[in-house]
Ligand binder design. Structure first.
Ligand SMILES: Cc1cc2nc3c(=O)[nH]c(=O)nc-3n(C[C@H](O)[C@H](O)[C@H](O)COP(=O)(O)O)c2cc1C
Length: 199
């Protein structure tokens, strides 16, 4: 059975919801799944003033734990067209794992959220994917087997590079059913590939 980590950062809950869907998909594919988040790095007064969702059920991950998994899917919202610094700060502590090749050959994937449809979500995915490639990981995106990303009948996130959602300028839009299905599909594909690699 593949061990899958869904690791996320979320200020307002959109990525938290996507992470839960990624975890569901991986679980449905038979994996043992842990859902964890990275530490908040913004000062508490800043986070409170910006109304961050500071209470989240997922436990906070430790960097060394990354080596324990066959697949790691990371999710973080767009910040100026790249991943949120909270996620980057966590990954920047993985130099020791990188140096000893502890993540080489594992399965990786990225998912994100942006306020607007063209606010840099694909670039954000690549900011995370390039990090995973440096770790030596094999990337699973969101292929067109998730047909929902093709629709033009509603606003929809999702790209071949990974699952995405659109939060809206005021954050009021929640991940749609199609976007959550994309997240589940990416989790499922990563878990299936990890099981094959681990076999
Ligand atoms: C400092 C900052 C920078 C942001 N930069 C972008 C951006 O470049 N493009 C965009 O579409 N949204 C941007 N956003 C909106 C966030 O991506 C949005 O709040 C997030 O996707 C919601 O996910 P969450 O609820 O998981 O935090 C930014 C938000 C903040 C606070």
């Amino acid at each position: 059975m593949a061990k899958v980590l869904v690791l996320y950062y979320s200020s307002y809950g959109h990525i938290e919801a996507m992470a839960k869907a990624v975890a569901e998909g991986a679980r449905a594919a038979g994996a043992q799944v842990d859902l964890k988040r990275v530490p908040e790095t913004a000062p508490q007064e800043v986070a409170q003033a910006a109304h961050f969702k500071l209470e989240q059920d997922a436990p906070v991950a430790k960097v060394e734990e990354l080596a324990d998994y066959d697949a790691i899917l990371i999710g973080a919202p767009t910040r100026f067209g790249r991943m949120a610094s909270q996620m980057a700060a966590f990954l920047d502590q993985a130099g020791g794992l990188w140096a000893r090749g502890a993540l080489n050959g594992k399965v990786g994937g990225a998912f994100t959220s942006s306020a607007t449809q063209h606010g840099g979500n694909e670039n954000t995915l690549f900011s995370m994917i390039s990090n995973l490639l440096h770790f030596g990981m094999v990337i699973v995106g969101l292929p067109y087997s998730h047909q929902g990303q093709m629709t033009l009948s509603e606003v929809v996130g999702g790209s071949p590079y990974g699952a995405t959602t659109i939060a809206g300028g005021d954050g009021s839009r929640q991940p749609s059913e199609i976007e959550l299905a994309g997240a589940r599909h990416q989790g499922e594909l990563a878990a299936k590939l990890a099981a094959k690699i681990a076999a």
